[in-house]
Design a protein around this ligand. Sequence first.
Ligand code: ATP
Ligand code: MG
Length: 160
Amino acid sequence: EWIDLSEVLNSAIQKTKWRAQEKGLDMRAYIQPDLPFVYCDGHRMAQVFMNLLDNAIRYTEQGTISAKMTKENDVVKISVEDTGIGIPEDELTYIFERFYRVEKSRSREFGGTGLGLAIVKNLVEQQGGSIRAFSEVGKGTRFEIKFLISPDIKKEEEEE
Ligand code: ATP
Ligand code: MG
């Protein structure tokens, strides 16, 4: 269905904010005004955002978690960025695999099962979206989700 995805993002931020604050992390959101509706499932996207925010908080010791939602041409982009420990470049391609966890020592320290991102990727792709990760060790990580708004759909909205 067509939904205001920014509401889903905002509520995920509200739900996780206290955990960021508990760790002394800043949590910020930038949502571009007048975004179009996105064709997706609100419950699934809530799960996606919760997972990404959970990771961002878990793998960040200091700094800022920022969530952004913007539109560029026919694409709505949502990003969740942190200033955490980062992911080595050669491992970036594996993080979306089930049970994959970066470095065993790290896993012991942080807990978790390694399923979160596999579920996230499945959910996003089920809904016709795409997800990518960018990261630098010691600097932070950014996840970007994209949903295409087809030009036809946009026109229909404008005509309403
Ligand atoms: P869970 O199933 O509880 O989510 P998990 O967090 O270990 O466990 P994923 O969410 O799938 O599993 O993430 C896979 C691995 O990718 C993590 O173990 C972690 O090493 C790395 N990772 C994920 N997100 C981040 C992040 N924001 N910063 C640094 N490393 C990350
Ligand atoms: Mg996780």
